[in-house]
Design a protein around this ligand. Structure first.
Ligand code: PGA
Length: 303
């Protein structure tokens, strides 16, 4: 590598393209124009002296040299990011970055705390990823975020988790459904009804399947839908029943849905704030965590 004059900006542009496999998305990610990204990559390629990327149609691929650079870059930029964060910390929370990843069920309350947090710390740049449980675990294993909010922390992994607030699961049906008038419905009575379920990898789905399995009640999947919102619409349209986190229901806006009185429900679960064991939280992340705990009351879904 001796003799190469490579700049941080070039590496950042390359890393964004390598990760997102798209020049336009990379430009968005690092807040520059697309021609600026192309220019940085051209200069970097000249310095390295071998092509780094191949573009076939709209798709971007890494060459062998590109893959080697990508592996080096990811570590290096991470180290650099920690240095920058350290400096920001030293400047006393006037600026800094906070990356949070959360499961889809928590998106109904967690963003609410960002307003008051921003009012107190306007210089902090916050990014929040909303993904399902499996995607979140991938992010956790790659150490991509400062904090993770999830419903079912993995067992036996090298993580630390602390409960944040209740995340109950309820059974929902269309408002006019005959089951909506019954009380203490035994779970086995639901075996004859079709359910709308989230995609594989969802923590909600994992829990529902576990509950039916434990009670030895057969579970009919009528359809798989990739979002809580889509499931609510389909339930309201009479397609079937579903088990959802109560937080996905708006107290005033969901008149088309009925929460069924099923024995054993609601299933009481919690959201946890999770991080890799031993991860040194930045001052920004630590401040947000304390803030989050003190705002939990305000966030609790009214039910
Ligand atoms: P998810 O949410 O279904 O989006 O993975 C997880 C949970 O609430 O456990």
């Amino acid at each position: 590598m001796a003799g190469m004059r490579v700049t941080l900006r070039q590496l950042q542009a390359f890393e964004a393209v390598a990760q997102l496999k798209s020049f336009s998305r990379a430009a968005e990610e690092i807040h520059v124009t697309q021609p600026a990204v192309s220019k940085q990559i051209r200069l970097l390629t000249e310095e390295v002296g071998l092509p780094l990327l191949e573009q076939i149609g709209k798709k971007v691929f890494l060459t062998e040299a590109g893959q080697r650079l990508h592996a080096t870059c990811a570590d290096w930029l991470d180290t650099w990011g920690r240095f920058e964060q350290g400096i920001a910390d030293l400047k006393g929370l006037k600026q800094g970055r906070l990356r949070i990843a959360t499961v889809t069920t928590a998106k109904y309350f967690l963003p609410r705390v960002l307003g008051p947090f921003y009012a107190e710390y306007p210089g902090i740049d916050i990014a929040m990823e909303v993904v399902n449980r499996d995607r979140l675990l991938e992010r956790l294993s790659r150490n991509e975020d400062d904090l993770y909010v999830m419903g079912v922390p993995p067992e036996g992994r090298d993580i630390e988790s602390e409960p944040l607030m209740a995340n109950d699961l309820v059974v929902v049906a269309a408002a006019g459904h005959p089951l909506a008038r019954q009380r203490a419905i035994p779970l086995r009575d639901l075996a004859t009804h079709g359910f709308l379920v989230r995609e594989q990898g969802s923590g909600t789905r994992m829990t529902v399947e576990r509950v039916f399995r434990e009670q030895q009640v057969p579970f009919e999947v009528r359809m798989e839908l990739g979002s809580n919102e889509a499931i609510k619409q389909a339930v309201a349209g009479g397609l079937g029943l579903a088990v959802l986190s109560r937080s996905t229901l708006y107290p005033d806006g969901d008149r088309e849905l009925a929460v069924l009185d099923v024995a054993g429900f609601p299933i009481r679960r919690y959201w946890y704030v999770v991080r890799p064991k031993g991860k040194q939280l930045s001052v920004v992340a630590q401040t947000f965590l304390t803030f989050l705990h003190s705002h939990v009351q305000m966030l609790s879904p009214k039910s």
